[in-house]
Design a protein around this ligand. Sequence first.
Ligand SMILES: Nc1ncnc2c1ncn2[C@@H]1O[C@H](COP(=O)(O)OP(=O)(O)O)[C@@H](O)[C@H]1O
Ligand SMILES: [Mg+2]
Length: 240
Amino acid sequence: MALLEVSALSVSYGRVAALTDVSLKVEEGEVVTVLGANGAGKSTLLKAILGAVPAKAGGITFADADLTRAAPHRRMAQGLVLVPEGRRILISLTVEENLLLGAHMRRDGQAVQREMDAIYARFPNLAERRHMLASCLSGGEQQMLAIGRAMMAKPRLMMLDEPSLGLSPLFVSRLFDLIGELNAGGLSVLLVEQNTGRALKAAHSATVLELGKVSMAGNPAVLAADPRLQDAYLGGGAHP
Ligand SMILES: Nc1ncnc2c1ncn2[C@@H]1O[C@H](COP(=O)(O)OP(=O)(O)O)[C@@H](O)[C@H]1O
Ligand SMILES: [Mg+2]
């Protein structure tokens, strides 16, 4: 069974249908990317998987458990974590306090400390600034902190909502390197991106949403060569 399976999921905000009949799978150890224009329903999909918005129809199973109606904290306890759009770190807390927030559900203090050491080893900029307010960090560092905070929960599946948005090209490269390294370490990833080219290169499979429905899905290399995707998201030009 897949680690995450979303089947025929529909979500509405009042009368507005944000997702209709959306299905996708993340196998253990995979990076799966979800692409689509603004308003396509990408963030709604991640929020529904986390349980922050309710499913109107369809199902969500994760790690062999039906979580369709489970509260968000139960889903997080199962190993789901979301790095939300716009990072949402707490700028009035220190770097270290932000990291510790990510571990608030864990009781194994020593393992939490080891996790934090590992994060500091990976992000020297965060280690140097551990006692400074998060507001002192650059945008790229704040994104690293948001990911570090999510890592503190020791997730099985990390969902990232447009993590490259607003980052400098250097940080975008570092971000995609990091996603690759975390995945090589065994973490499964569900990646929502507007950076279609980079996301397709990073992913094992891809799903494109259009107006809340799946319009294309499958092998990223095949999708990258698809004229429809070229026109819509890759700037066209690669075909007559
Ligand atoms: N809290 C909300 N209340 C009402 N409509 C919403 C809300 N959040 C999103 N929507 C609508 O749902 C649709 C999908 O939005 P969203 O999931 O944010 O798309 P994306 O992340 O792909 O840009 C859009 O039409 C958006 O206007
Ligand atoms: Mg969004």
